[in-house]
Design a protein around this ligand. Sequence first.
Ligand SMILES: Cc1cc2nc3c(=O)[nH]c(=O)nc-3n(C[C@H](O)[C@H](O)[C@H](O)COP(=O)(O)OP(=O)(O)OC[C@H]3O[C@@H](n4cnc5c(N)ncnc54)[C@H](O)[C@@H]3O)c2cc1C
Length: 398
Amino acid sequence: MDERGRMSRRGLLQASLLGGVLAGCSTAPGGSSFDAGPPLVPIRARTDRIFDIAVCLRPFRPAGPRVDTERLGDTLVVHNYGHGGSGWSLSWGSSARAVRMAMQASPSEVAVIGCGALGLTSAILAQRAGVRVTIYAREQLPQTTSARATGEWTPDSRVALADAAGPDFAAVWEEMARTAFKTHRDYLGLPGTPVEWIDQYAVSDKSPQSQSVPSAPPASSASPAMDFAAYSHRIDDLTPKWRRLPADATPFKGAAVSRGEIMIFNIANYGHTLFNDFFIAGGQFRRAEFHAPWQIAALGKKVVINCTGYGARALWKDETLTPVRGQIARLIPQPDMRYGLVYRHVLAVPRRDGIVVQSFEGGEMRGYGDASETPERAEAEQAVMTLAELFSPARWRL
Ligand SMILES: Cc1cc2nc3c(=O)[nH]c(=O)nc-3n(C[C@H](O)[C@H](O)[C@H](O)COP(=O)(O)OP(=O)(O)OC[C@H]3O[C@@H](n4cnc5c(N)ncnc54)[C@H](O)[C@@H]3O)c2cc1C
């Protein structure tokens, strides 16, 4: 949390772990600044309501995403990959940079390799710039990493390491984040709700009266913690402040509670909307798998935008791309449950296509360097049972 009451998801998750969401938060002592918000509906947190467990690998590069150009014979390749845990959030901003680079070659058509968040947004922005676009990809969006994301506005989540990002990267990141934020706003209020704002509650087991912040717990990962870059303070004017709520203002009994407002992406519908927009504008899709850059040059296109995410590690031999494994589970949607929640090591996001439940025990190092995509049901059940405890009569005011 910064001095103005803003909190990145990283800050929020850590503060929640510490029971320290209260410290530094703006207070809402029950006076005019406190708005009660809509009544909260409990999450039906039962393990038999888990209908999906999905694992994906964040395409993390210590130096930050690669957005630059390279010549392959007559083809200009614009790279646009390696966005770590921020790919959806930064998509429009990063793709706007990539398309600007592509348009410098004055193409009349562009090939985009990849059909995840970065591929689709690059393709749509290239169409808006006036060129014909064909997407080539092994998988369409529902099968990609992008379809398995949590779906929150998290523009600096595992986006770079502080000591590996170049001196200019923070400013580039800010430009990407601001451009992306503005473009996500264009998808608010559309049928199917691809993007929406929700309230998110951070609930800690500390008593509501407590003001003290315990010292940080020891890192639970065996590997040494890395210094992930944090830039959210640069855009703290974009999102509302977190506020501490008065005791008894919510149904969470004996807990310290803070509330913020966050932007979320309903991934199924966002992807569907983007795909429709792409096809309506005359886009073409070709299923294709590339094993070496020369196969991309052989397409014979003047300009290619490379949005292959973690796939760029094998395709472009980019050994700096590091997998950061993440798993989400989805509970059957509850249309009347419209708030996000952080409790102990668990995050719940009320997406329209399922309530996403994710454990973040171990912090940002969780899954670092782990390329296993095998789902772990026990992890998903443990996270749901943690939520079940919070909604038990002992903790939840009926
Ligand atoms: C658990 C988890 C939660 C996340 N939560 C969030 C979040 O809340 N907010 C957020 O902003 N980000 C989040 N992310 C990060 C986000 O999911 C990624 O940054 C993003 O999906 C990367 O998108 P992409 O388009 O680069 O890659 P992908 O979605 O992986 O798409 C790559 C495309 O390239 C194609 N491809 C790859 N290699 C080849 C090849 N050799 N030949 C042909 N085609 C190829 C693939 O088929 C695919 O179409 C999360 C990630 C994880 C793992």
